[in-house]
Write a protein that binds this ligand. Structure first.
Ligand code: HXC
Length: 519
């Protein structure tokens, strides 16, 4: 063959490879409102930056006549490119080739980019759209999954791993995304479950739709499996690009600092009046967050799950920061099992990737009751405490209003190595709220008072006495547990100053194989 022909052959092979499973299957993918693997990668990466690898890999299976059906690249498109100029490694399962099902060779392709991402210290983004294990390959496919899972595990805490679910993701296949840092699902076409509706029906007789069993809405609000639910693939891809901008390339680096045009000493006057006089009245913590971060930009994570706590990324003076904040407008901001788990995982992500943490506190306590106790609130609360207490990144805490009992300790208090602990004048730091405290402290005296009016007056007086002592930040500040009481409208400036002072913070934990966080 002449050299010119050789080049022509290469070009032809590339054209064939790019067609995946063929025009018909591409059309069918589009008809479902889905993009193809290559289209997705193209949208995700900076224009022209994608370098594809292993385009000529084909499967090696000879069962069920499969040797007669081969597609260049097999069922996944892999390679690297950039997002806003920063390198990322990607793989996108190609549903047009055997339904994106995982073969031995496909697993090898995915493992190759994961290994490269680890070697180079760059994030991995996986786009999942697959019928699961390639049935014809039997245990070779299962072994391939296990190879991927092991890499997910070893990469955890070293490089950011993001999973987009843009189609089916069922059976054991769900465990690769589950081992990564963030899962994003689309409201249509995307589902994840260990066993599908048909198996559920045959085993438990439960009738349930695909959507209710494993759709984006369910996973982003009920199970908490997905951190993000988006309307469509385009929205999902733009969210991934945004998310990546808050993250470092790996655990040895810091997140990129973006030039900040929002004045660091910007006063937010509205904050002086945001907390209602009545301590039982809610307000929206997101208004405080939006008021203090750069340009009011906040990327909320797990927005629809355990909404009584808010977690997400923002910037202070251009520096990426993780925010954890109780939300008094949902269940009074109480800590329950789900909120504790959600916040704990976020704290650990930030700590693993050198992202400083700001904690905004307004928490009445842990949610009481048998439901929570049976669900293991003790362990889940301990998880959050563990995460905060172990974290060595800069930690700034601002107590806005309530901070009672165990929940005060959990929410990044001074003794859990909070670096700067500030409070607004509206803060109340105590073992418990006034009414609960008086019931305990004055129980015997109250029993002796028959007249209801006299009883009410007694309670009122005692509560007033208690509030005078504890419904403020000054008792804690007098002990040095609160470093300063700050004017609410000046919070942005004080937080930025605190983080600036913490830039060179170095704290290490005792040497160990690993901790034993209460899981
Ligand atoms: C081989 C598969 C496949 C699979 C789909 N295909 N899944 N080939 N192995 N697992 C092929 C189909 O034969 C078809 O080929 C093409 O992909 C598209 O599939 P359709 O069924 O036509 O598409 P659709 O109607 O959209 O349905 C998609 C689907 C369905 C819901 C994913 O294909 C399905 O139920 N597949 C099987 C899912 C499954 O049970 N997988 C194993 C799960 S257990 P043609 O040639 O017609 O285009 C598992 C264990 C993992 O994964 C363990 C890890 C530890």
């Amino acid at each position: 063959m002449e050299n010119v022909q050789k080049v022509a052959e290469l070009i032809e092979k590339r054209v064939i490879a790019k067609k995946g499973g063929g025009e018909k299957r591409i059309d069918s993918q589009h008809a479902k409102g889905k993009y193809t693997a290559r289209e997705r990668i193209q949208m995700l990466l900076d224009e022209g930056s994608f370098e594809e690898l292993d385009m000529f890999v084909t499967h090696r299976c000879t069962n069920f006549g499969l040797e007669k059906e081969k597609y260049l690249g097999d069922g996944v498109v892999t390679g690297h490119g950039t997002i806003n100029g920063r390198v990322v490694f990607v793989f996108a399962q190609d549903f047009t080739v055997f339904g994106g099902s995982l073969s031995e060779t496909m697993a090898q392709k995915i493992c190759k980019v994961m290994d490269m991402a680890m070697k180079m210290g760059a994030p991995v983004i996986g786009i999942n759209d697959s019928g699961g294990a390639r049935i014809q390959e039997g245990s070779n496919s299962l072994a391939g999954y296990a190879e991927i899972f092991e890499r997910n595990i070893l990469a955890s805490g070293v490089i950011p791993q993001i999973s987009a679910i843009f189609g089916p993701c069922a059976g054991g296949a769900v465990y690769s995304p589950a081992l990564t840092d963030f899962i994003l699902m689309t409201e249509q076409n995307s589902y994840m479950f260990v066993t599908g509706p048909k198996v559920v029906k045959s085993v438990t007789h439960e009738d349930i739709s695909t959507e209710d069993l494993g759709g984006a809405k369910m996973h982003s609000s009920k199970s908490g499996v997905a951190q993000f639910s988006v309307e469509d693939e385009q929205a999902g891809i733009s969210l991934i690009r945004d998310l990546i901008s808050y993250l470092p390339q790996n655990n040895m680096e810091e997140a990129p600092v973006i030039e900040c045009h929002d004045p660091i000493d910007r006063m937010e006057d509205s904050l002086n009046e945001i907390v209602p006089d009545n301590p039982n009245k809610p307000y929206d913590m997101k208004q405080i967050i939006n008021g203090i971060v750069d340009n009011g930009e906040f990327l909320e994570v797990h927005a629809n799950y355990a909404r009584n706590i808010i977690v997400g990324f923002a910037r202070f003076n251009g520096v990426s920061t993780g925010i954890i904040a109780n939300q008094p407008s949902i269940l009074a901001g109480v800590l329950d099992c789900d909120a504790s788990r959600k916040a704990a995982r976020f704290v650990r992500f930030c700590d693993a990737f050198n992202i400083p943490i700001l904690t905004l506190v307004d928490v009445p306590g842990f949610l009481p009751g048998s439901g929570q106790e049976y669900a293991g609130i003790i362990v889940h609360g301990a998880k959050l405490m563990f995460a905060y207490g172990e974290a060595t990144v800069p930690k700034v805490t601002v107590t806005i209003r309530k901070s009672y009992g165990g929940s005060h300790i959990v929410m990044s208090c001074k003794q859990l190595r909070g670096d700067f602990n500030y409070a607004w004048p509206t803060a109340e730091i105590a073992v418990m709220g006034a009414s609960g405290a008086i019931e305990v402290l004055e129980g015997r005296a109250l029993k002796g008072i028959e007249d209801p009016e006299e009883k009410a007056k007694f309670i009122e007086e005692k509560e007033a006495e208690y509030k005078k002592k504890f419904a403020n930040p000054y008792q804690a500040a007098s002990m040095g547990y609160i470093d300063d009481v700050i004017e609410p409208r000046n919070t942005r400036f004080r937080v930025i100053r605190a983080f600036q002072a913490l830039q060179t913070k170095r704290v290490t934990n005792p040497l160990k194989k690993h901790s034993n966080i209460p899981l």
